[in-house]
Each structure stands twice: as structure tokens, then as C-alpha cells.
Design a protein around this ligand. Structure first.
Ligand code: ATP
Length: 335
């Protein structure tokens, strides 16, 4: 049974200018121990999908349809007091801005002890501290750091402590939303690799969210690509990187430096991501797509098995790529 199964999920924000459908028709399953990367440009709905799973929605946001099964239990209808027992213990999240959310007047260790004891009242302070010492060791912090205050930590150390906090209640699923963007590249890379090592060791299931394809490539077994609130392609990471089928994915891959291959010129996808207050009809990518036809302007393509592919690779496109020179075609369109 998958650990996480998202079915026909829709989430929207109510704004003064109208509703924004930030997650549309999302379907996704994750097996225990698997890592899934979610990529897409800013505003494509990655964070909205993550906070829907956590059910940590701002007041103007609402899940309007669908199911989120975690370990077989649908989280969508769960009232907040029951969700509190799921959050942090079964699913936790490492937020973009979390490293700045430490309370300055308590030691970092005490703040994590409090989270553990809130969720697991039977755990003694000493037991909690032992657990934290182990977690600190795992994330590369010396256990003595527990008794230091946040201002005594560097940015990288704060981020490591945030990761320790997310793991403190031993959740089965951890969502990391751009966990390291505020840090320099080398620190970023080291923390991500450590996080991935922890995932493997503990057999944790992980969702990594980033707009950076290189980051996602390094740590994900599978990849989902989002565009304008929809998952437009999903499959094994190696397949997505080697043989993207959606023209948007093709453009994304061509717009990042090759991870292993020779140096090559980068391409930018012409145009802007759509305004979700008034998304284009049909396939939302059609105004930017070199391969769009009349059908793409009218009908939304469903996420279906990619033609000729038995590996679970799915794509939402009326004209999936099959060996086109994406770079040349995007450049021709931009010209
Ligand atoms: P980023 O990489 O910049 O974090 P993202 O892919 O995570 O982007 P979301 O943050 O999920 O995208 O945003 C999806 C859409 O929802 C965007 O159009 C955004 O403007 C809108 N949105 C996000 N948060 C709110 C909010 N609190 N109220 C109204 N609209 C919102």
C-alpha cells in the first residue's frame, strides 16, 4: 500500500480579485521509503500542494475536492484536533523560512523538547534530550549545541536544527520545501546530502520541493513536474531527466546546466508562467509551447501513461516529445 496517495485533489485561495486554483486535479502516490522531487517555476503550486498535505492552510485557502490518504487514512475530512495528532508525528515539513522561526529566549534544545513532549506526553525530558542528541549527531550538529540559544547558531546550523526538529517525532513522511535556499551553495549541498543519507538510513519517505532541477536530480527517486497548479509529468528521475516527455519539462531541463554531460548553452522558455486568476484555456502551457495545436488551446490533456513507456512515466500532453530538438524549437519560438 502506498504511504501517501493523493487523489483528485483541488485547493484554492479566495482573493479579492477572485479564486486562485493553486492545486488542480492532483493525483500522486508514494511508496514507503521513496523520495519524490516536485519541480516547477515559482507560483506553480508546489508549496500549496505541500501545505495541503500538512493541512496547514492560511485562512483564505481551502481544499475543495479530493483525498489525501496517509497510511490509508484520509486527512481531508479530519478535524484540526485530530490532525494535530498526525502532524509532526506522521508527516512533518521543513519550511522555507523555518530557520528564522526559532524563539530567541529559549535554547534550541528546549524548543525541540517541547515539541516532542507536546506530541508524546509519556516521553520524559531526559528521554527527549537523548533523542535530540542523536538527531543532532545525524544532522551534523554537536549535541552540546542543544543548550545554546538561536543567536549562537550560524544560518547553516539553524537549518540543521530545523531538520532535527522536523524529525523529532519520527514521522514517516517528511516534506522539505526548498529547505536550503537561504544558504550558500556548498552548505546547501552538504545539508541536502546529509538529509538524503538520513532518509535512507531511517527508511523515511520524503518529498523534496525545489525550483532547482539540479537539487531535485540529486536526491529524488521520482520526480513530479508542476505547471500552473497541475502535475504535468511524473516518473522515475532518470527517465524525466534523460527523456522528458512534456515540452515544459523539456524546456526546464534545457534551461539548467547539464549535471553530467558536456557544457552546453542554456535555453530560456519564452514567456511567463500564467496568472492563476485567469489561466489559459486548454493546456495552460500552450501559449509558451512550440508544439501547441488547436486541440491544446481547447482541451486540458489528462495525466496518462506516456506512449511506449511501461515504467509508470505519466505525462499530460497532447503531443508528448519523442526525440525533438527542444532547445532549437524553443529558441526558434523565442526569435
Ligand atoms: P514558489 O517556488 O515561489 O514557492 P510555488 O510553486 O510553491 O512557488 P505556490 O506558493 O504554491 O507556488 O503558489 C501557487 C499560486 O497560489 C500562486 O499563484 C500564488 O500567487 C498563489 N498563492 C500562494 N499563497 C497564497 C495566499 N496565501 N493567498 C492567495 N494566493 C496565494
Amino acid at each position: 500500500m502506498p504511504l501517501l496517495k493523493i487523489q483528485d485533489l483541488e485547493m484554492q485561495y479566495t482573493t479579492r480579485r477572485g479564486p486562485i486554483r493553486a492545486v488542480v486535479d492532483a493525483n500522486l502516490a508514494l511508496e514507503p521509503g521513496e523520495s519524490l522531487g516536485i519541480v516547477g517555476e515559482s507560483g506553480s503550486g508546489k508549496t500549496s500542494l505541500a501545505i495541503s498535505i500538512m493541512k496547514l492552510l492560511p485562512d483564505n485557502a481551502r481544499i475543495t475536492r479530493g483525498h489525501i490518504y496517509l497510511d490509508g487514512q484520509d486527512l481531508v475530512p479530519l478535524p484540526e484536533h485530530r490532525m494535530r495528532r498526525v502532524r509532526w508525528q506522521k508527516v512533518s515539513m521543513i519550511f522555507q523560512a523555518a530557520m528564522n522561526s526559532w524563539n530567541p529566549v529559549y535554547t534550541v534544545g528546549d524548543q525541540i523538547v517541547e515539541v516532542i513532549q507536546n506530541h508524546e506526553p509519556k516521553v520524559s525530558r531526559q528521554q527527549a534530550r537523548e533523542r535530540i542528541a542523536e538527531l543532532f549527531h545525524m544532522v551534523g550538529l554537536s549535541p552540546e549545541r542543544m543548550d545554546h540559544y538561536p543567536h549562537e547558531y550560524s544560518g547553516g546550523m539553524k537549518q540543521r536544527a530545523v531538520i532535527a526538529m522536523a524529525l523529532a517525532c519520527q514521522p514517516r513522511l517528511v516534506i522539505a520545501d526548498e529547505p536550503t535556499t537561504a544558504l550558500d551553495v556548498i552548505v546547501q549541498e552538504r545539508i541536502l546530502q546529509q538529509l538524503d543519507g538520513i532518509r535512507r538510513r531511517l527508511g523515511m519517505t520524503m518529498i523534496y520541493i525545489s525550483h532547482d532541477v539540479a537539487v531535485i536530480a540529486e536526491v529524488s527517486d521520482r520526480v513530479a513536474v508542476m505547471y500552473a497548479g497541475r502535475i504535468v509529468e511524473v516518473g522515475r528521475a532518470t527517465e524525466i531527466f534523460k527523456r522528458p516527455r512534456h515540452p515544459y519539462t523539456g524546456g526546464l531541463m534545457a534551461s539548467f546546466p547539464s549535471l553530467t554531460g558536456p557544457k552546453r548553452a542554456l535555453v530560456t522558455i519564452p514567456g511567463e508562467p500564467p496568472n492563476l486568476l485567469a489561466p489559459p484555456a486548454g493546456c495552460a502551457f500552450h501559449p509558451r509551447c512550440p508544439y501547441a495545436t488547436e486541440r491544446c488551446r481547447i482541451e486540458v490533456p489528462p495525466l496518462e501513461a506516456a506512449p511506449g513507456d511501461g515504467s509508470g512515466h505519466r505525462v499530460a500532453c497532447w503531443h508528448p516529445l519523442s526525440g525533438q530538438d527542444v532547445r532549437a524549437d524553443f529558441e526558434a519560438r523565442a526569435a
